[in-house]
Design a protein around this ligand. Structure first.
Ligand SMILES: [Zn+2]
Length: 257
């Protein structure tokens, strides 16, 4: 649940930079469906990690909204939510470690049915301090869950996934996203933070997920469907440009109980 501090600072800087130069980005080529603004270009993300010990350029053009600071994966999630009717009918939603630009929109849409949670305090009316390994809610409490870029920080991810399943109502849907690299998960919990940085890109990620996370989700009881920017159409992102970053943040796992 801890969020990469470097990226948080970078996003704030980009957001500030964007506000100063916002007029130079305005146009029609890309649409940010989170702040409902359109641009001819977005801010380039400069990023680089070591993955499995090798340098990996994760830079991505037209990645960050110059107005709200959302990344392409946030806008992809928003597009899925809008297209699928995920929030129709005022469902009771629990949102793990939410970004502030989502909080304002979801609060407006769901009112008192919108609940946020994290290990830390944050400004949100229905906020709960929650350890995902031991969620303090009754079975079958929520119609919807969003848990994006959280599980890669959790050593006992199977316990966390079983907790997500437990608190979701039958027929409920959880949107789960993690960075993935290939089809097979790599995990060695004995690695030091420095070794994790070298192998998994960031010292606070405890494994390198593959798309086989779907098997862990199914093992907990979920019915799993995978969606990606290839199936979630729209001009919320640059298309026709491949990068390691696009590949790693490609999927949303739609998990139904
Ligand atoms: Zn935006």
């Amino acid at each position: 649940m801890a969020f990469n501090l470097k990226n948080r600072i970078r996003r704030k800087l980009y957001s500030f930079h964007g506000k100063v130069f916002l007029s130079s980005y305005k146009g029609t080529k890309f649409h940010c469906n989170i702040c409902d603004q359109s641009f001819d270009k977005m801010i380039k993300l400069y990023d680089s990690y070591t993955i499995r010990g090798k340098d990996s350029d994760h830079s991505l053009p037209n990645a960050i909204c110059p107005n709200c600071g959302s990344w392409f994966r946030h806008r992809m999630l928003q597009k899925y939510i809008d297209d699928s009717g995920f929030l129709e009918g005022q469902p009771k939603l629990l949102h793990f470690a939410p970004e502030t630009f989502f909080v304002k929109n979801f609060e407006k849409k769901l009112g008192n049915n919108y609940h946020t949670c994290d290990l830390k305090v944050m400004e949100s009316p229905n906020h709960h301090i929650v350890d995902i390994n031991n969620i303090p809610f009754e079975d079958n409490s929520f119609d919807r869950i969003i848990c994006s870029h959280v599980l890669e920080h959790i050593e006992t991810d199977e316990k966390a996934i079983s907790e997500l399943y437990r608190i979701l109502k039958p027929g409920g849907i959880a949107l789960i996203a993690v960075p993935t690299y290939g089809d097979k998960t790599e995990e060695d919990l004995s690695l030091t933070p420095a070794q994790r940085k070298l192998e998994y890109g960031i010292n606070i990620h405890v494994r390198l997920y593959g798309t086989d996370i779907s098997k862990k989700l199914e093992k907990a009881g979920f019915k799993v469907q995978m969606e990606s920017y290839e199936t979630i159409e729209g001009n919320y992102m640059e298309r026709g440009h491949r990068s390691a970053h696009l590949d790693s943040d490609k999927y949303i796992f739609i998990c139904t109980k």
